[in-house]
Design a protein around this ligand. Structure first.
Ligand code: V1S
Ligand code: CA
Ligand code: ZN
Length: 380
């Protein structure tokens, strides 16, 4: 490991409670909270825990969850469990979107309050100036709605953190590089100019959650304060990095946010179990490094990511980047679960050869121009 040149030495806090990795969505379900434990072992195996402020996080309170979610929904989450779920009044499960994507599993409410407590703790460190960068890899559950869960997300920790940051920050920028559209966050702030949301994602009108075309740009006071970057299968490192930088650079300059939340969903990597992009770990990390280079306070959260060994590699690499440390490719040999990495004992396996790149140069150039036209409205 060595430090890379930067005069800016941010104070970084790392928010984690090992308990959050002990919950089970079900054997067939792709969301595996265990990936968070794997990440934590790798982060400390590389010695990164010694250079950050570590906080073992607490559960968010009901009152905190009610800042965004409805009473009715929170009460349901609190009382439902696998033993009583089929005895609920008719229509309850449909009303709360319970099914294969969002199943009822043991201690679901505790799981949701734990990852949310970590994001709220992280936002508090930024608010009181004790951290420049605060990390919660267990957060980033961007699909949850006010009245229901969606896409593996029960409580929207991002929306709740942004509401907290808005108490003192005039302008919040939300950047989402998960494979999926950040619909829950976009919807929550669609009518305000105090939060700018931008999501890069796969889009074809059918792919989950089905929203996020480039014509969704906000409404009312929020018109031109939402940006969507709809992509096709197989995007490669250079195309993604170039597009990301050419959009985020003018966006930060024009919007001038006082705080940034970056959602770092790892399902945009190549070889992800649910994914269809061709990104390598260093390309995904380059997007985090680029945002950090602006020197604006950052809340960094996880999100999707369904191949646990690569999720943990990615978020460890990004923890290094956020601390100005470039990690050596050799994985630490003394970590628990080392056998998970026996495909290649490297932090940077090759992940870029699986999908044909359906994003032509012309398509990407047209998309870039469309996005820059949207950003130009900010100067208006
Ligand atoms: N893609 C995908 C996918 N796979 C599953 C799934 C597979 C097996 C299971 F046992 C349970 C679920 N669901 C989906 C998607 C939801 C993706 C959510 C991504 C979340 C995030 O990464 O952005 C943030 C954490 N759901 C669908 O495509 C909906 C269905 C339309 C098809 C799948 N079935 C299970 C539900 C309905
Ligand atoms: Ca996204
Ligand atoms: Zn996702």
């Amino acid at each position: 490991n060595y430090e890379f040149g930067s005069t800016y030495a941010p104070r970084v806090s790392y928010h984690f409670n090992p308990k959050v990795s002990s919950y089970h969505f079900g054997v067939r379900h792709p969301m595996k909270p265990f990936r968070l434990m794997l990440t934590d072992h790798l982060v400390s195996g590389y010695g990164l825990h010694k250079i950050m402020d570590l906080y073992e996080t607490r559960k968010a309170s009901d009152d905190e969850l009610l800042e965004f979610h409805t009473d009715d929904y929170i009460n349901f989450l609190k009382k439902v469990n696998p033993d009583n779920v089929n005895k609920m009044p008719r229509g309850t499960l449909d009303k709360f979107n319970i099914g294969d994507d969002c199943p009822i599993f043991h201690n679901l409410y505790e799981y949701s309050s734990l990852y949310t407590g970590a994001s709220l703790d992280a936002s508090r460190k930024l608010l009181n100036g004790q951290s420049d960068i605060a990390i919660n890899w267990s957060g980033g559950l961007h699909h949850a709605k006010k009245t229901s869960p969606s896409g593996f997300c029960y409580i929207n920790d991002i929306v709740l953190s942004i509401l907290n940051l808005l108490r003192f920050h005039p302008r919040v920028l939300y950047i989402d590089i998960d494979l999926h559209h950040g619909d829950g966050v976009q919807e929550a702030f669609y009518t305000t100019d105090r939060v700018y949301t931008v999501s890069f994602h796969k889009y074809n009108g059918e792919f989950f959650p089905g929203t996020g075309n480039y014509d969704e740009t906000g409404c009312s006071n929020g018109k031109h304060f939402a940006l969507n970057v709809p992509l096709k299968d197989g995007i490669d490192d250079d195309s993604y990095i170039n597009l990301f930088k050419s959009i985020i650079d003018p966006l930060i300059t024009s919007y001038n946010p006082t705080v940034i939340i970056q959602q770092c969903g790892a399902d945009s990597l190549g070889h992800d179990r649910l994914g269809c992009f061709n990104l390598n770990i260093k390309a995904h990390g380059e997007c985090v490094k680029f945002v950090k280079s602006f020197g604006i306070p950052m809340l960094v959260v996880g999100g999707g990511g369904y191949t646990p060994k690569n999720v943990s590699r990615l978020w460890t690499y990004e923890t290094g980047i956020l601390n100005n440390v470039l990690l050596s490719p050799e994985l630490p040999s003394d970590i628990p679960f080392l056998n998970y990495f026996d495909d290649e004992y490297s932090l940077y396996p090759v992940l870029d050869d699986l999908y044909e790149n359906k994003n032509s140069k012309q398509f990407l150039e047209d998309l870039r121009i469309r996005c820059l036209e949207q950003i130009r409205y900010l100067k208006g």
